[in-house]
Design a binder for this molecule. Structure first.
Ligand code: ATR
Length: 284
């Protein structure tokens, strides 16, 4: 696609950024919709986040996505945060407004919930308690999104229990449902009566051992999801599907979290389709 001098430009800041699938994802939509725009990878070293963000309006960028390790560091360089980014304490999407001011948003939780809605028809967070494994940055966004979507209770378990307690304390008061921290050793029992099981730990990712979790107590109707998408079918999802649970893989979270940014920068609400999924996967 040949750009005009009026092309809208956005991109993704990360370090390393070479593994990001976002340029391929946004590039597919730009081409599909015939938009005069570009979405570029930006390799921003760990100490360069603030400087890079402040350069966006000066360079005429519409905005950017932000990925590891910059999601928290960019906050100090922004003029404002939307309510969700403020609660999560991390930003994945930046908008440059007409007056040059910078707004930070967090669409990871939106992507998480939209992926479940799209992947498991009829799924609702209100169906019952959710079990969330892990207490890192991804878990933060998942907790806020599940509480906002109407989960009646969240059971939070992390190998290092104190980290889960800290997360529950930090978010707790601001969430619409109780967060109960349970012991990692009791993870199999924690599945009893759950309507949703979410793995946000690195266990099951390529190069890591599988999650060590017996699913026997999990109701068969419970939805199981993993936010990891390398591999697409983690050992957890395979085991859950084999016993008849509905499962949703993590790739859709990446695809859906990208929608609000694309719409804001390029002026068109993009669609997540099976063809897009295949195209992003082929990118390796
Ligand atoms: P992110 O911010 O992307 O979610 P992270 O902060 O590195 O990633 O968190 C990784 C998660 O995987 C943590 O919850 C971590 O547990 P600890 O807080 O105890 O480190 C979890 N994790 C990593 N290795 C694990 C293992 N062998 N067993 C169980 N959980 C593990």
């Amino acid at each position: 696609m040949i750009l005009s001098a009026k092309a809208r430009v956005a991109g993704v800041m990360g370090w390393p950024v070479a593994h990001s699938r976002s340029p391929r994802l946004h590039g597919w939509w730009l081409e599909r919709y015939g938009i005069d725009g570009a979405y570029v990878p930006m390799a921003v070293p760990p100490d360069g986040a603030a400087e890079a963000v402040r350069a966006l309006p000066k360079l005429g960028f519409r905005g950017a996505n932000v990925t590891v390790p910059h999601k928290e560091a960019v906050i100090a360089a922004l003029d404002r945060l939307d309510a969700t980014a403020r609660r999560i304490g991390a930003v994945n999407t930046i908008l440059v407004h007409e007056d040059g001011t910078l707004e930070g948003r967090n669409t990871d939780g939106f992507g998480f919930v939209e992926n479940l809605r799209a992947g498991a028809s009829g799924w609702t967070a209100a169906a019952g308690p959710a079990v969330v494994l892990g207490a890192g940055g991804a878990a933060r966004a998942v907790l806020v999104a599940l509480a906002d979507a109407g989960a009646p209770e969240i059971r939070l378990l992390n190998r290092t229990r104190e980290r889960a307690e800290r997360l529950a304390d930090e978010l707790g008061g601001g969430l619409a449902c109780p967060v109960r921290v349970l012991d990692w050793a009791a993870r199999a029992e924690a599945l009893d009566g759950a309507a949703l099981l979410v793995n946000t730990t690195t266990q099951g990712m390529a190069g890591h051992p599988p999650l060590d979790l017996a699913l026997d107590a999990l109701p068969r109707a419970a939805l199981v999801t993993d936010i990891v998408y390398t591999p697409l079918e983690t050992p957890l999802l395979r085991a859950a599907a084999a016993r008849g649970n509905p499962v949703v893989d993590g790739l859709g979270m990446l695809l859906h979290q990208a929608r609000p940014g694309f719409e804001a920068w390029f002026g068109r609400a993009p669609e997540v389709t099976a063809e897009l999924r295949r195209f992003v996967l082929e990118g390796g």
